[in-house]
Design a protein around this ligand. Structure first.
Ligand code: ZN
Ligand code: ZN
Length: 318
């Protein structure tokens, strides 16, 4: 499936990709779709180079090797300051699968051997494929150095907010998801029942040690900053898509109440390994996060449902 330009996604027959030195050919088994894929298709993306096979949440097999692998979507140099400090997602030479190089919405994909992360024995591939988005939420919680018992307010009850709930539980902290959209909350209900994560239409009184935005509108960020306790942390997880200027009053909240603000973008291999373990421990709940499993010729329909906020996770089976 090839994205030629924003709005034009085509299913084509093409030659198999040629793995370069240090790469292997992965036979894709599953590729999950997310809002970033929908955004690329509708609007383009800062890091996207066209034309491109999209798909950065990938699980598959390598000929001659046992078991399944998920793919860390980065390709990092391994020797810059970011790589050496364990923050390889910030590598200066970063090349992202499905953005800078062809991704998983294809039968075959060439990936660096070092980007393969083995799936634990017995964990189904269609669940393992959610390791990438879960790992991105683990990165967010690593950025704010979340500790046991802390209370975390997650603004946004879509798939990312729900996965963020698992990342908070994994740190033995207490997640609370808020979304004003009742339909969205209803969609996540079975996942929340399976995992014991609570959610509501409006935030409780707090205090909130950490607040994170899992929705791309500026109003959510404004609200988030106002909810953090004095000296607490705010994580800007979803990039903002609306162009409004940030009010000075917002910045002054950070000043007067000594709020620490962290960005979070992408994930590391180590976070993907942890994510696989968390998925294996919450199998039944994670299954409830998958709204639909589709074939390649349904991708456009699924992307429009995701863009409109009508779908939880959609997994493409190849
Ligand atoms: Zn994604
Ligand atoms: Zn590097």
């Amino acid at each position: 499936m090839i994205l030629r330009r924003a709005g034009r996604l085509e299913l084509i027959e093409g030659p198999a990709p040629e793995p370069r030195e240090g790469e292997v050919l992965l036979k894709t088994a599953h590729c999950a779709l997310c809002r970033t894929d929908a955004k690329m298709w509708r609007q383009g993306h800062r890091d996207l180079e066209l034309p491109r096979v999209p798909g950065h949440e990938v699980c598959g097999v390598v000929e001659g090797e046992p078991g399944h692998f998920v793919v860390w979507p980065g390709a990092a140099c391994g020797h810059c300051g970011a790589c050496l400090s364990g923050r390889e997602n910030l590598c200066a030479a970063m090349r992202i699968l499905g953005f800078h190089r062809d991704g998983g919405l294809a039968d075959l994909v060439a990936v660096p051997r070092g980007s393969l992360v083995p799936v634990p024995h017995g964990l189904e591939g269609h669940l393992a494929v959610l390791a990438e988005p879960l790992a991105c939420t683990l990165n967010a919680m690593d950025r704010v150095a979340l500790g046991p018992g802390e209370r975390v307010l997650i603004l946004g009850g879509g798939p990312v907010g729900l996965l963020m709930g698992l990342a908070v539980l994994a740190a033995r902290a207490c997640p609370s998801i808020v979304d004003p959209d009742r339909r969205k909350l209803a969609k996540g209900r079975l996942f929340r029942l399976g995992t014991g994560i609570e959610a509501s239409e409006a935030p409780g009184a707090g205090p909130w040690d950490v607040v994170v935005n899992a929705a791309p509108d500026g109003a959510t960020v404004l609200e988030g900053i106002s909810r953090v306790r004095k000296g607490g942390r705010f994580c800007l997880f979803s990039g903002l898509t609306s162009p409004e200027a940030v009010p000075v009053s917002w910045l002054n909240e950070i000043h007067y109440r000594e709020i620490q603000v962290s960005g979070a973008y992408g994930c590391t291999r180590e976070q993907m390994r942890r994510a696989l373990g968390i998925i294996a421990a919450h199998r039944a709940g994670v299954e409830m996060l998958i709204e639909e499993r589709v074939s390649l010729d349904h991708v456009t329909d699924s992307l429009s449902a995701i863009w409109d906020g009508r779908a939880l996770k959609v997994v493409v089976d190849l």
